[in-house]
Design a protein around this ligand. Sequence first.
Ligand SMILES: C[S@@+](CC[C@H](N)C(=O)[O-])C[C@H]1O[C@@H](n2cnc3c(N)ncnc32)[C@H](O)[C@@H]1O
Length: 327
Amino acid sequence: MSDTLFNIEDNQESSMVFLNQYADNADIVLECNDSVEFTKKLQTDSIQLIITSPPYNIGKSYETRVSIQEYLDTQADLINELVRVLNPHGSICWQVGNFVDKGEVFPLDIYYYPIFKEAGLKLRNRIIWYFGHGLHASKRFSGRYESLLWFTKSDDYVFNLDDVRVPAKYPNKRHFKGDKIGALSGNPLGKNPSDFWGQLETDFDIGMWDIPNVKSNHIEKTKHPCQYPVELVERCVLAMTNENDIVYDPYAGVASSLIAAAKHGRKGFGVDRDNDYIEIGTDRIHKLLNGTLQTRPIGKPVYEPTGKEKITQIPIEWAQNERSAYK
Ligand SMILES: C[S@@+](CC[C@H](N)C(=O)[O-])C[C@H]1O[C@@H](n2cnc3c(N)ncnc32)[C@H](O)[C@@H]1O
């Protein structure tokens, strides 16, 4: 591990470190520890991208549910430390959904925004990540999106738009008036992917044909209950960092962010306090390094059912009855 990045006098016994084994330049550091404790060991201004999905305080196996205020106070302590280690040209991407208490919904991005703002960061996008499947609600509409808050530390930040453009819907569209009449109006590299990210929906759609729990059929699924797709992180890595930069996930889970970083020649640092997840993450990184890790390819086209598939047909039992029979 480079001592320019770490205060190496700290105890590193639990770290699992892989140096320069992938793409000649990607160092991976994954440690079982508390995120605040680990972040304190990182050097000021050293990280280009911090990307994570924190615990939502909803009573998952890896968290202790507390009041929303206590939860936010704890998060603010970590966020202040994260801002310290963030490079002046760097970004933080905070991916969250809702905290729900007795049926009342608290959108976490609304609660987090003032904490980041107070810490001096500037919001660049509130990205909506929508997906086609999930729990079915009965007392409100089913939730089908989460958000990703993208903040920068300054106005001079890395944004490689050309590296994340997506194919234009109408590449042959031309100007129809003015000086440029007849000339192509689009960019040959594609269009800006916008702040509404839905291509990841296919991850879950693909599993739909075989088993009801679509998430368990996802190509990247491990035993972690809340991992996010590597592709979601890849777009941020490509847009907000350059090769050899450090990407850091303070709630690394099974190392999805580190995998996205290493795939693109960036260094990946991560911490999680659950050793089971660290072991799975370590195994995934080994698989990435030896070429056997399966991840959904970035930009894979969305699968659309044709309507002819058996599973898309109205079942005979439903077709025979009036709609009122089910109310
Ligand atoms: C939503 S999950 C992140 C999953 C991750 N994005 C992935 O794809 O695997 C949140 C993670 O935070 C970890 N965690 C919770 N509190 C922590 C703390 N204080 N320090 C370090 N990790 C913590 C949990 O063990 C859990 O794996």
